[in-house]
Design a protein around this ligand. Structure first.
Ligand code: PLP
Length: 388
C-alpha cells in the first residue's frame, strides 16, 4: 500500500484552495480580453477590476495601486531599479540596501548593478540588524540620488517577522524608498501598507492558495513609480504590458479574499499545532535548535537544525517517511544549497536547516506523523564526530 503523504511545505507553495479553483473554473467561461471594448471585453475587465479590489484589500491598499505581474520575482525585478519617475520627472535611485536574509530574488538586486548593491546584516535570532541599516544609510551619498531599502516582512525560512515599521522610520530619516517583500506575510499575519509605511509591497498568489505564476506589485501612491520592466501594449496603465493572465488573476483574488476571512482564528489554530510540534521535537531531541524561537515568528513555520544531520539527508529522510518538508529554500534545480539565511544569522556552514511549514488544512494527525518521523530520524543520527 502506498504511504500516505503529509504536506508540510506550505512556505514553498500552498495547495490550490477550493475557492480559487472554483473561481477560475467559472472564469474559463468568459471569452473576452479585458482590453476589448465589446461586451465580452467589458465583462473580463469588470472581473479583473473586482480581483484588483480583493488583492488591494489584503494589504489595505488602493485598488488603483495594484499592478498584476507573473509573480513575486517579476514584481521584485520591476521595482528594484535605479530608474523611477516622480510625477513627470525622472528620479534616479543610486543604491540598493538589501538585508542579508532576503529571498534570492531580492538578493540578486533586480536591475541594479552589482556595485550599487549593499547588504545589511541579521542577528543570530534571524531579525535584521537595524543599527547596521542605520550605519549603512549614514554613509549614503545623497548627492547621487536617494537610497532604496529592501526588507522582507516575514522570512521564508525562519518565519521571523521583521521590524519593518521601525526600519521605515530610519529609511524616512535618510529620504529613502522602502520596498517590502510581503510574500510570506499575507495570509499569516495582518498586513497594511500604510501601517508599515512601505512605498511598495511584493505579493505572490501561490503562497496563499492561489494559482502559481501570478502576483502583484502594490504601490503606496501613484506619484512615484519604477520604470516598466515589460513594455508593449500598455496594459496595467503602462506599468506592465501584456494581456493580463486573466484566470490566474481571478484565482489569486479568490485566495486573497479567503486569506483575510477568519485570519485571527486560523493563526491561533495553526500556532497551537506548531507549538505542540515543537514541544514534541524538544522532548524527543534535547539538542534540536529551533531558530527564531525567542522572537516574533509567524504561526506556521518551524525552522530547525539537528546537529549531525545535513539538510539534504534530513529532507530525503522525511520524504521517505512520507512527509514533505524543505531545506529552507531549494534551488530551481531541486538541489539543496547552503542556507544563506543560516549563514547570515552567523551559523557555521556545516549546520543544516530544515523547515516544516503548516497551513490552514494541516491536522493534528499530520503533526503526529511529522513528529513520529522526526523522532525516528533524530534517533538514527550518527553521533557527531563518529566515523562513517
Ligand atoms: N519572496 C519570498 C519571501 C518567497 O518566499 C518567494 C518564493 O519562494 C519569492 C519571493 C518568489 O516568489 P515567486 O515564486 O512568485 O516568484
Amino acid at each position: 500500500m502506498a504511504l500516505a503523504r503529509v504536506y508540510m511545505d506550505w512556505n514553498a507553495t500552498a495547495p490550490l484552495m477550493a475557492e480559487a479553483r472554483h473561481a477560475m473554473i467559472d472564469a474559463f467561461a468568459l471569452p473576452g480580453n479585458a482590453s476589448s471594448v465589446h461586451a465580452e471585453g467589458r465583462a473580463a475587465r469588470a472581473a479583473v477590476e473586482k480581483a484588483r479590489r480583493h488583492v488591494a484589500a489584503l494589504v489595505g491598499a488602493e485598488p488603483a495601486h495594484v499592478i498584476f505581474t507573473s509573480g513575486a520575482t517579476e514584481a521584485i525585478n520591476h521595482v528594484l531599479t535605479p530608474d523611477f519617475r516622480m510625477g513627470r520627472s525622472p528620479l534616479q535611485v543610486s543604491r540598493l540596501y538589501a538585508s542579508a536574509i532576503e529571498h534570492s530574488a531580492v538578493r540578486e538586486g533586480g536591475r541594479f548593478a552589482t556595485e550599487q548593491i549593499c547588504r545589511f546584516a541579521a542577528t543570530r535570532s534571524g531579525v535584521v540588524d537595524l543599527e547596521a541599516l542605520e550605519q549603512s544609510l549614514a554613509g549614503h551619498d545623497r548627492s547621487a540620488g536617494p537610497p532604496m531599502v529592501a526588507l522582507m516582512l516575514v522570512n521564508n525560512e525562519t518565519g521571523v517577522i521583521q521590524p519593518v515599521s521601525e526600519a521605515a522610520q530610519i529609511v524616512r530619516r535618510f529620504g529613502g524608498l522602502l520596498i517590502v517583500d510581503a510574500v510570506q506575510a499575507v495570509g499569516r499575519i495582518p498586513v497594511d501598507i500604510a501601517a508599515l509605511d512601505a512605498d511598495f509591497l511584493i505579493l505572490t498568489s501561490h503562497k496563499i492558495g492561489g494559482p502559481k505564476g501570478v502576483g502583484a506589485l502594490v504601490a503606496r501612491g501613484e506619484a512615484l513609480m519604477p520604470a516598466p520592466l515589460i513594455r508593449g501594449g500598455g496594459q496595467e496603465k503602462g506599468h506592465r504590458s501584456g494581456t493580463e493572465s486573466f484566470h490566474a488573476i481571478i484565482g489569486f483574488a479568490a485566495a486573497a479574499e479567503a486569506a483575510l476571512e477568519g485570519l485571527g482564528e486560523r493563526i491561533s489554530e495553526i500556532s497551537r499545532l506548531r507549538d505542540d510540534l515543537e514541544a514534541g521535537m524538544l522532548a524527543a531531541a534535547s539538542d534540536v535548535i529551533i531558530h527564531g524561537r525567542g522572537v516574533d515568528r509567524v504561526a506556521n513555520t518551524c525552522f530547525f537544525s539537528l546537529p549531525g544531520l545535513k539538510s539534504e539527508t534530513g529532507q530525503i529522510a522525511f520524504d521517505l517517511e512520507g512527509i514533505a518538508i524543505s531545506a529552507g529554500s531549494a534551488c530551481s534545480s531541486g538541489k539543496v544549497g547552503q542556507s544563506q539565511v543560516l549563514t547570515a544569522m552567523g551559523f557555521e556552514q556545516e549546520i543544516g536547516g530544515l523547515r516544516i511549514s503548516l497551513g490552514p488544512t494541516t491536522t493534528r494527525d499530520d503533526v503526529a506523523a511529522t513528529l513520529a518521523a522526526f523522532k525516528k530520524i533524530s534517533d538514527r543520527r550518527r553521533p557527531a564526530g563518529e566515523a562513517a
